[in-house]
Design a binder for this molecule. Structure first.
Ligand SMILES: O=C(O)CCC(=O)C(=O)O
Length: 287
């Protein structure tokens, strides 16, 4: 019988078949093969307009253009306060980088909705065959993730060809830009393409805080730079953006399932053909 609790699941010796992923979805990089490609940015001094602010903002903007993922450390500030304050600060920085007033991105959200999700990933007997959380981009504006020191968050910026594992940093928040942030910047800032892998040594915990706009907030680029075309044909609501994302995901899953079934059918047919060929006398085959 399948185990009924996560702790029981963590003691399993083999992976249940229902958790096995298609080969193309399986991890390419180990949970603890950490990369330093994702910048770790200290927010200390971000309000110091005549001091460090310019330098900090530059690093944030570059990270958003490059990956859509970065880590922030802000020494001496209470974690709960950081999770409430940081998204506002970051949206200010990105608004200014687009040449807009500080509040532009926050205003475009109409009403910020904060959703907290706790992810628990039990240790896994065959981590190479599965994922803790499949590849995705977050739909909202910006996400703050607090992870333990185990590691397992991975990101790609070349559509899944190569992956990196984000190095856990004590007390840091991983910041992911979401689809809403991506559209509002007309694609200038990347929506982080990410997933979570598991491992056979220890279970892992992460806490994600998603900052989402109101369902009826308008999704359309706030700034279209010279020479650029808008990446959306028309303004839509966030609810509609989410609906389109979900139906695209479902359609992709349907097409993938169909292709897999057709491939399996072909392989079966080829297997059925085999004995007939083998049964032919050699002279007949060579003739
Ligand atoms: O646990 C992680 O590292 C990733 C979590 C995540 O991507 C999510 O909750 O959407």
């Amino acid at each position: 019988m399948a185990p009924s609790t996560l702790t029981a699941l963590a003691e399993e010796k083999t992976l249940q078949a229902s958790f096995v992923r298609d080969e193309d979805e399986r991890p390419k990089v180990a949970y603890n093969q950490f990369s330093n490609d994702i910048p770790v940015i200290s927010l200390a001094g971000i309000d110091d307009v005549d001091g460090k602010r310019g330098e900090i903002c530059k690093k944030i903007v570059e990270a958003c253009e490059d990956w859509g993922v970065f880590q922030v450390v802000d020494h001496g500030v209470d974690t709960k306060l950081v999770s409430e304050m940081t998204p506002c600060k970051l949206l200010e920085v990105l608004s200014e980088a687009m040449g807009l007033e500080k509040e532009a991105l926050t205003k475009a959200c109409v009403d910020m909705d904060q959703k907290v999700v706790v992810n628990f990933y039990p240790k896994c007997p065959q981590p190479d065959l599965t994922l803790g959380l499949k590849r995705h981009t977050d739909p909202g504006t910006i996400t703050l993730l607090l992870q333990d020191q185990v590691g397992g968050l991975q990101a790609t910026r070349d559509n899944g060809k190569t992956w990196i594992t984000v190095q856990p940093v004590e007390g840091a928040f991983v910041v992911n830009l979401g689809d809403h942030g991506h559209y509002l910047s007309n694609g200038r800032f990347k929506n982080a393409d990410h997933q979570a892998v598991v491992n056979s040594n220890c279970s892992r915990l992460s806490i994600a805080t998603f900052q989402n706009p109101a369902p009826d907030a308008t999704v359309y680029p706030l700034k279209i730079r010279e020479g650029e075309k808008p990446i959306l044909e028309e303004p839509i609501t966030f609810a509609e953006m989410y609906r389109r994302k979900m139906s695209k995901d479902l359609e992709l899953a349907r097409l993938k399932k169909l292709a897999k079934e057709q491939q399996q059918l072909k392989e079966k047919e080829a297997e059925n053909e085999k004995p007939k060929l083998e049964a032919k006398p050699l002279e007949e085959i060579l003739a």
